[in-house]
Design a protein around this ligand. Structure first.
Ligand SMILES: C[S@@+](CC[C@H](N)C(=O)[O-])C[C@H]1O[C@@H](n2cnc3c(N)ncnc32)[C@H](O)[C@@H]1O
Length: 218
């Protein structure tokens, strides 16, 4: 497993590049579309990193507890002084929150970096209330862009285990009936679906980012 303490200070530099800005814009638009019907209640953010996505979720009206295993990531996240977010150093595989204590759980590109995904999922299942929602944003292993990054040892992505639409779907099926979307097709340094509509088949095969949403069966 990658020690994120070592990459924390330069973690956000990608978002400052033209490609990073476009990726961020398309990813956020995808997630935003899926958040409409979710209650703006007590929510848990898994693997919050520097708080980049936590800021987005608070802006969308969710009060959050945000956790990360990396102390340096949490230090940087706290320095953002976000209203309605509390940052804690915790391992998702060993959560000490009460059973069924969260209305929503969000994880954006974090579950592909945990040591033991089964342990993480069983903890998420335990702390999410019946009728509550789980939203996962994930790297798509079908994407040629992600496949290239996986080959480069210097890339954070090479330390991940990306999902596919099928593996994300079967992971979320434990909770209920999932919806899966894909997007962020990157070719020649450009995000194609920022400028043009692409068909569903192309997005699932080439999109670098997946979003899965499921409500836990009551
Ligand atoms: C690629 S970063 C994702 C940051 C996220 N996209 C954000 O900006 O909100 C993955 C994060 O998952 C965290 N992580 C990895 N394993 C974890 C675990 N077992 N429990 C909690 N966080 C973990 C890492 O420390 C890292 O900060």
């Amino acid at each position: 497993m990658l020690d994120f303490n070592l990459v924390a200070d330069k973690y956000e530099s990608f978002y400052l590049t033209p490609l990073g800005r476009d990726v961020d814009e398309v990813e956020k638009a995808m997630v935003k579309k899926m958040l409409h019907f979710l209650p703006r209640r007590h929510s848990l953010k898994i693997g919050c990193g520097t708080g980049h996505w936590t800021k987005f979720f608070t802006t969308m009206g969710f009060p959050l507890v945000a956790i990360d295993i990396s102390e340096r990531m949490i230090e940087l996240a706290r320095s953002k002084h976000l209203d309605s977010a509390m940052f804690l150093v915790k391992d998702v595989e060993k959560l000490d929150f009460r059973d069924e204590s969260f209305d929503n759980v969000f994880a954006i590109t974090s579950l592909e970096f945990v040591d033991n995904l089964d342990k993480a999922i069983s903890q998420i299942y335990r702390v999410l209330r019946p009728g509550g929602n789980l939203l996962i944003g994930a790297l798509n292993g079908n994407s040629p862009y992600i496949q290239e990054k996986m080959k480069k040892k210097s890339s954070t992505i090479s330390h991940s285990r990306p999902f596919t639409p099928e593996t994300l779907h079967s992971l979320l099926q434990v909770f209920g009936e999932p919806q899966i979307k894909a997007g962020v097709v990157i070719e020649e340094g450009r995000v194609l679906d920022k400028e043009m509509e692409l068909d569903q088949d192309t997005l699932f095969k080439k999109g670098a980012f997946l979003v899965g949403l499921v409500s836990k069966t009551k």
